[in-house]
Design a protein around this ligand. Structure first.
Ligand SMILES: C[S@@+](CC[C@H](N)C(=O)[O-])C[C@H]1O[C@@H](n2cnc3c(N)ncnc32)[C@H](O)[C@@H]1O
Length: 257
């Protein structure tokens, strides 16, 4: 079932029209110590970067992390609904465009950021070629992507229980943990200067927390009854044993042109 073909452009357009902002709502609550993956991404951006382009910006969490006087952070996304919400949430300039054809001049951007964009917008080589084109020499690409490690043994049990109820794993258009990230970046002439992984955790205390988490997963072809079963599993576990921490491993890549 999970390997069936997916019409990703149609799935993504519908998902982000109907569940606008849920990715940010979940990831901004995924914590390691006191910060979210968005803050971790923002920390990779140098203080003197004045023109930043955030690819597949969604409801704008990265742009808000990066906002500071003298800096322009342009959010770019294909979803009208996400861009509208980004505006309401206080984003800076926004552009509706396809990340595979960037409406920017060659060498006009100091830093390109993306939270999850590199596993969503495909083919990766096309996106990266555009990133390299718009970056100035010495410019930086900083991205975060979902990962499958690090996980503690309890995480593996927890996620196994969840996937068993769903009878599926959350999916992305591009492979996660692709060995190909580094070669793909290098093929475009980028020098990888960092490739790190960290474990974030999303805490489920109530059934609303569980419902929010499940609503943010790409689960094409998963029937609603399976999602309901996963919701019961998480809610009942939290009720019986207290808060359940769901591990969210994240990978951060930084590369220089
Ligand atoms: C997983 S969400 C991440 C959103 C945001 N970066 C965040 O972390 O909250 C992926 C985003 O990619 C956008 N997207 C999908 N295909 C795109 C494309 N070809 N060009 C630009 N954005 C695209 C979707 O509309 C969605 O907002």
């Amino acid at each position: 079932m999970a390997d069936r073909e997916v019409d990703w452009p149609g799935y993504l357009a519908d998902f982000h029209a109907r569940r606008t902002g849920v990715v940010e709502d979940v990831l901004s609550r995924a914590l390691r110590a006191d910060h979210s993956p968005y803050r971790w991404l923002a920390r990779a951006v140098s203080a003197d970067a004045t023109v930043v382009l955030d690819l597949a910006s969604g409801s704008g969490p990265v742009g808000r992390e990066l906002a500071r006087p003298g800096r322009t952070v342009v959010g770019l996304d294909l979803s009208t609904e996400e861009l509208r919400l980004a505006r309401r949430r206080g984003a800076g300039p926004l552009v509706r465009a396809d990340a595979r054809v960037l409406p920017f001049r060659d060498g006009s951007v100091d830093v390109v950021t993306s939270a999850l964009g590199l596993v969503v917008v495909q083919p990766l080589a096309t996106v990266l070629a555009e990133v390299v084109r718009v970056l100035r020499p010495g410019g930086v690409l900083a991205a975060i992507a979902p990962a499958v490690r690090p996980l503690a043994p309890t995480d593996v049990r927890q996620l196994g229980g969840l996937n068993a109820r769903l009878r599926a794993r959350p999916r992305f258009p591009g492979p996660i943990e692709r060995g190909g990230f580094r070669p793909a970046l290098q093929e475009q002439g980028l020098t990888v200067v960092e490739d790190k992984r960290e474990r974030y955790r999303y805490r489920v205390t109530t059934s609303d927390d569980a419902a929010l988490l499940l609503s943010a997963l790409y689960l094409p072809h998963t029937p609603p009854a399976r999602v309901a079963s996963a919701l019961d599993y998480l809610s009942e576990t939290a009720e019986r044993r207290g808060p359940v921490d769901i591990a969210i491993p994240v990978r951060r890549l930084v590369a220089i042109k």
